[in-house]
Design a protein around this ligand. Structure first.
Ligand SMILES: [Zn+2]
Length: 71
């Protein structure tokens, strides 16, 4: 298993969660770090997962809480 880093530009911290955009349902789903990279998915570090905000009209679904994430 290779290390994954946050997808935010100029961040570079280890990713702890994966954000997936579901365009059909206007949902941003934050879950445990995905095993595979998928289109429309972004790995995020703990800090960026915590600060996550969705575009207007979108709903954020969190399958993990930041406090449970391993850093
Ligand atoms: Zn980050």
């Amino acid at each position: 298993m290779s290390a994954r880093s946050c997808s935010k530009v100029a961040c570079g911290r280890d990713a702890v969660a994966t954000l997936t955009y579901d365009y059909a349902d206007a949902m941003a789903v934050l879950g445990p770090l995905a095993i595979r990279r998928e289109p429309h998915s972004y790995d995020l570090c703990e800090r960026h997962a915590e600060r996550l905000s969705a575009p207007q009209g979108w709903q954020i679904v969190r399958h993990v809480t930041v406090g449970e994430l391993q850093s």
